[in-house]
Design a protein around this ligand. Structure first.
Ligand code: NAD
Length: 323
């Protein structure tokens, strides 16, 4: 049998690469740009294509590469892979849905912590004015708030939503959640120092309750619903004044115009965005707004998540060819 050949076009953590190599796979990590992808796959005789979010695996690629047997998405969302074309050509598509949940949830908390203490703005202003206007800046950022005791509304209570809920509950926040497909979940709040786990049962509530009762809202749904934002002007109108909103799900799940409008009117105190409608060229108004904490889609970009992703992916690939 000829050797199985893996093109990891958006890279793979070295732990996963080593696992594959030990199992007899050849692994190429040199990225092929979009116009070269088909040629690279065919000339290199690759039968496995691994991608993250950057490489687009279109029907054109799938149809032009008859040797492909397996496409792996190192991460969660499969929106950059034409699943229908893959199925029609008998290509298996695999992903690593759980590996990055904790990392994304921690980034959401980072945006929340930033927002309530204005860090997204003070980091920026301190750089240029911290030595000349220290007192004025101190005054400007003097009305921060705590997260503890506040209500966090989580929309989409799957893997990431629950990972966020666990940490928020552990921090003393009140967690409420909405999810049309989940009626209740038990968050296992871990205290490794004392080897204890505290189960916290959360029953989901209608979206309208989340909008009305939350001090902060974070979205963890798979994407837009029928091409439309889940949160727009009318949903924001129902929220508490001073709301903080975080979107680390997919760009446009919260309507970007509605966010800017809500900030302008003072209804929204702050926003955290890891994802943007216009990636990779997000709107400047979002990037420049002092009330928006921004990050360039780095939810899963931690050493730990990338290691877990690579190891899980390698194990699945090895299993696939062993079967
Ligand atoms: P998941 O499938 O475990 O959870 C999604 C949940 O949303 C499910 O429980 C589903 O029932 C629920 N849902 C679906 N439609 C809904 C609706 N209209 N209202 C409320 N809930 C709804 O997925 P996950 O692993 O938790 O990932 C969630 C999101 O995070 C995805 O959009 C994913 O692409 C995104 N993500 C972002 C990053 C990043 O880097 N920022 C990294 C990984 C995943």
């Amino acid at each position: 049998m000829s050797m199985n050949r893996v093109l990891a076009n958006d890279g793979i953590d070295s732990l996963g690469k080593e696992m594959l190599e030990k199992a007899g796979f050849f692994v190429e990590t040199q990225k092929a740009a979009e116009p070269e992808l088909i040629n690279t796959i065919n000339q290199g005789n690759f039968n496995v294509l691994l991608v993250r979010s950057a490489t687009k695996v279109t029907s054109t690629v799938i149809e032009a590469c008859p040797n492909l047997k397996l496409i792996g998405r190192a991460g969660v969302g499969l929106d950059n892979i034409d699943l229908i074309a893959a199925k029609a050509h008998g290509i298996r598509v695999i992903n690593t849905p759980a590996a990055s949940s904790q990392s994304v949830a921690e980034l959401v908390l980072a945006h929340l912590f930033s927002g309530v203490r204005f860090l997204q703005d003070s980091n920026y202003k301190m750089r240029s004015e911290g030595d000349t206007h220290f007192g004025a800046l101190k005054k400007q950022y003097s009305a921060g708030t705590e997260l503890r005791g506040k209500t966090l509304g989580i929309i989409g209570f799957g893997r990431i939503g629950q990972a966020l809920g666990r940490m928020a509950a552990g921090m003393g926040m009140n967690v409420i959640a909405s999810d049309p497909f989940i009626t209740e979940a038990t968050l296992e709040v871990e205290i490794p120092m004392t080897k204890t786990t505290v189960p916290v049962k959360v029953k989901t509530v209608p979206l309208s309750d989340i909008l009305m009762l939350s001090d902060f809202i974070s979205l963890h749904v798979p994407g837009k619903v029928d091409g439309k934002a889940l949160i727009g002007d009318s949903e924001i109108a129902k929220m508490k004044p001073g709301i903080g909103i975080v979107n680390a799900a997919r760009g446009g799940v919260v309507d970007e115009d509605a966010l800017l409008h809500g900030i302008d009117t003072g209804k929204i105190a702050f926003v955290g965005l890891d994802v943007f409608e216009g990636e990779p060229t997000p709107r400047k108004e979002l990037l420049k707004n002092s009330r928006i904490s921004v990050s360039p889609h780095i939810g899963a970009a931690t050493v730990e998540a990338q290691e877990r992703i690579a190891v899980e992916m390698a194990a699945q690939i090895i299993d696939f060819f062993a079967a």
